[in-house]
Design a protein around this ligand. Structure first.
Ligand code: GRF
Length: 191
């Protein structure tokens, strides 16, 4: 089972997923890391993990999806995992990988999803809204993006002392704990 991980920035989830499958000897290989940002730290992480990296520019993602699909086929990718990827996935890529694209979003969708809702913007909005809980949503990506079928959600309490930073830390810990396990269920149970 080959997966490609798409990431635009730090890539801590990408590295966490890589190590989870490796150290548990699971039949899942991170065959490729794709990014839209030539300065993304995920590129450094990929070098350490000895995973090939492909950098595509916004124009490729939005106007030449066939270029990305060709690379995915070259690496015989079965599933695409979006881990902090900030661009919309072109419908042609979604059609080429039906129910095979999984995203993680750092809120309890449908709350705090949609345009501009990524990273700390989400945690800031959750705190400003006075929410008592937040969490992560792992979902399939369809053409409406954050509205794909939800695979799993994990919650944490938000208290009045929380700041954007403390909430971000709690959410990242949830991601590291649950994202790889949830992916394993999808990949290997094929439910
Ligand atoms: C994570 O918080 C994830 O929920 C969101 O983007 C962030 C990615 O962080 N989609 P990293 O690049 O994996 O460190």
């Amino acid at each position: 089972m080959n997966i490609a991980i798409f990431a635009s920035g730090n890539g801590s989830n990408a590295e966490n997923i890589y190590h989870y499958f490796k150290k548990n000897n699971l039949p899942v290989t991170v065959a490729l890391i794709v990014t839209n940002n030539p300065n993304a730290f995920v590129i450094e992480r990929a070098k350490k993990m000895n995973v090939p990296v492909e950098v595509f520019y916004k124009n490729d993602f939005y106007r030449h999806p066939e270029k990305i699909i060709a690379q995915l086929k070259k690496y015989a990718v079965d599933y695409i995992v979006l881990a902090g990827f900030l661009l919309k996935i072109h419908p042609e890529i979604i059609r080429a990988y039906p129910n095979k694209i999984i995203n993680i979003h750092p809120s309890l969708l449908p709350k705090f999803g949609g345009k501009g809702m990524y990273g700390d913007n989400v945690h800031k909005a959750v705190i400003e809204a006075g929410e008592k809980e937040s969490g992560i949503t792992i979902h399939f990506v369809n053409e409406e993006y954050d509205k794909g079928e939800i695979i799993a959600q994990y919650k944490i309490a938000v208290n009045e002392l929380d700041t954007t930073e403390t909430l971000a830390k709690k959410i990242h810990n949830l991601e590291y704990k649950y994202f790889p396990k949830t992916l394993e269920k999808v990949f290997l149970d094929e439910k």
